[in-house]
Design a protein around this ligand. Sequence first.
Ligand SMILES: N[C@@H](CCC(=O)N[C@@H](CS)C(=O)NCC(=O)O)C(=O)O
Length: 297
Amino acid sequence: MTAGLGESAQRKEWEDGVHSVVSLNSKRRYRRFNIHSCFDIYPDEGVGRDLAGLASGGEVDRSFRPGWILSPSPQIRWSRRHGAAGRKHEMIDLYTDSSPNGFKATIALEELALPYRLHHVKIDDGAHRQPEFLALNPHGRIPVISDADTGVTLFESAAILLYLADKTGRLLPQGTKARWEAVKWLQFHAASMGPLLGQRVHFEMFAEEKLPAAIERYRRLTEEAFSTLDARLTDVSWLAGDEYSIADIATFGWTHIAAICGFSFAHHRNLLRWHERVADRPAVQRGIALPAPATGP
Ligand SMILES: N[C@@H](CCC(=O)N[C@@H](CS)C(=O)NCC(=O)O)C(=O)O
């Protein structure tokens, strides 16, 4: 399930660092992030479309599905040449799109400098509903990783973050108390923040019928989540305490999109300061640009 280039030719390109980031078509639609489809009620649009005509450049993974693109960042090329975390890892395949849940995976992989192949699953074109993708995630959602090192294939961004932390021994504190703080805030994000922001985006920005009760409900619930995070960050730098962790990465995936959508949390001073600290990290800046930056609805 790798590129049509053939493994050795492809590996050579990666090692030489010449396999540059692809550009697809310049349609605005492509550059748009996919938060409108980050929850279960998104209609099953675009399935079965011929995607081949959409790609105008770069390396297309034709053995898998036209339109799925390999686009290593400089970090990937660096880690391919120099190895990561003291040992050589096999490539991780990441299947993703430019979206809040997808950015969690790209940020974590960039932070950890693990070698990975990035497959662009274009949600707008229905690539996530194709049989090849459903074989990886029967629920038809990105992100998904598949790790040749271990044979593990995973969907659900929080599970992916836990897996990457477990694999490398990084981004999750060692001490029992801080470790469980990290897991708690990761779960808070996965269950009580991300899905609510997804609903808010839908009802405020995409729903054809503007339903005041639904808009008010998700504003209130996401505002509550922001307040809870703000209180947590009163006297600690990171959600787990002293250490930056996968809890911060998960939460940032959505605060990044909230900011782009104009869902202001500037009145939560601790949360805002934390958001800016995370945004300043070079690996985060790379992660939110893969496979393309989010530009808003
Ligand atoms: N709980 C999942 C949510 C995954 C999810 O909803 N991903 C969105 C993109 S952010 C998606 O694939 N949407 C496609 C669809 O809903 O059809 C996770 O955290 O990974």
